[in-house]
Write a protein that binds this ligand. Structure first.
Ligand code: NAD
Length: 366
């Protein structure tokens, strides 16, 4: 198969982790005899520096004419003072919008070899296998009006949370369908005791849920969900959320399973899928070579599965990650006392070698 991929390394650790993800992509392509064509483009702070725009038109056009997009991360504190529409994060939001990517899938799986990397006790996290299905194009991140007015010390600011029924219907449908291939449980997260948007969310999700009698549906307030995520994470199967709640809960889920550095994501719904690790640009470790590339690498597995429907290739990537973790290799974020951590590039190389040397067999992820 010919795989035309746009790569947007972005800022901070983005270039470090995407380059390891590409190494793994090429190893899989070599093993299964696919041809990869990569087009690298600008986004985020690096695009602001070079073009004055966090999402140049050329980037959008190239993404739309490819089969899939791999993104690293955007953002850097040095851009914090720019007007909001010029900030790196705005480039990412606009890209998600341009790609029509309304469904953000964020799996958070507790890998057996990483049981000790979690800050939580083993018996709490064992068996945790959550799929967060986050609505990506609505809510507070896109609602209008949005502004800051006045001058210090009397400024005021407005953000708008806005959801329309069809926005909720389509993401709920994605969650129920995905649950059918898993443990058939959906927990829908809202704040229906306070927010109108959440009451609408709960109503619509309940209505859609009636079309899926084989799925057990629970509703949970977001504060309660945050608590349950650390006290009983293995109770969750599919966690359905609006945009901001999903953003927050998925970072928390990352810590639960060991590190945000291992969480991948797929943003689907439009003509071209967008794949990116859940983490941000991590300016605190950028350039040190210590970033964990596993989130970006597992995003490649999601790309094979969702954009190319190449399940064996997807499982090959996941099995290679597990094989390397099983051998005891750890980056700093998931390292435990007494282990000497390896660098980002070595982790990527070991996972790619594991694929090329055919030493892994496809199998269970956990
Ligand atoms: P972050 O995810 O970048 O970092 C949070 C913490 O996790 C940091 O301590 C970081 O060192 C650590 N971390 C993150 N990824 C890691 C990895 N792969 N390996 C090891 N450790 C890792 O979140 P933040 O610090 O809140 O945000 C930093 C910047 O990233 C901000 O500009 C923010 O707006 C941006 N951001 C971008 C995205 C994205 O591009 N999708 C997502 C979140 C935040």
């Amino acid at each position: 198969m010919q795989l035309n991929i746009t790569v947007l390394p972005g800022d901070g650790i983005g270039p470090e982790v995407t380059s390891e993800a590409l190494r793994v992509l090429n190893a899989v392509a070599g093993k299964f005899e696919h041809q990869v064509r990569v087009n690298q483009k600008l986004i985020g702070g690096s695009a602001v520096v070079r073009t004055g725009n966090p999402l140049p038109d050329d980037t959008v056009q190239t993404c739309l004419s490819s089969n899939a997009v791999l993104l690293g991360a955007v953002g850097d504190p040095s851009f914090d003072r720019l007007p909001v529409d010029l900030r790196p994060e705005r480039g990412l939001l606009r890209l998600r919008q341009a790609l029509g990517a309304f469904a953000n899938l964020r799996p958070a799986t507790c890998f057996a070899p990483l049981l000790q990397s979690s800050p939580l006790r083993e018996e709490i996290i064992r068996g945790t296998d959550i799929l967060i299905v986050r609505e990506l194009l609505g809510g507070l991140y896109f609602g209008e009006p949005r502004s800051t007015s006045g001058s210090a010390p009397n400024r005021s600011a407005i953000d708008t949370m806005h959801y329309r029924e069809p926005d909720i219907e389509r993401i709920a449908t994605v969650a129920f369908k995905l649950a059918q291939a898993r443990s058939r449980r959906v927990t829908s997260v809202d704040k229906a005791n306070v927010l109108d948007c959440s009451r609408l969310w709960r109503d619509v999700v309940t209505r859609i849920g009636k079309h899926y009698p084989d799925i057990e549906l629970h509703h949970m307030y977001v504060d309660s969900a945050a608590m349950a995520l650390v006290s009983r994470p293995s109770q969750f199967d599919v966690l359905l959320t609006e945009n901001m709640f999903g953003d927050i809960l998925s970072d928390q889920a990352g810590a639960v399973v060991g590190s945000i550095g291992i969480l991948p994501s797929a943003s689907l719904g439009g003509p071209v899928g967008l794949y990116e690790p859940v983490h941000g640009s991590a300016p605190d470790i950028a350039g040190k070579g210590t970033a964990n590339p596993i989130g970006a690498i597992l995003s490649i597995a999601m790309m094979f599965r969702h954009s190319f429907e190449l399940e064996e290739e997807a499982v090959t990537v996941e099995s290679a990650v597990l094989a390397v973790l099983n051998k005891g290799y750890r980056t700093e974020d998931i390292s435990t006392v007494g282990r000497f951590p390896i660098q980002c590039a070595e982790m990527g190389r070991r996972i790619a070698e594991s694929i090329s040397h055919a030493e892994i067999r496809t199998g269970q992820l956990t």
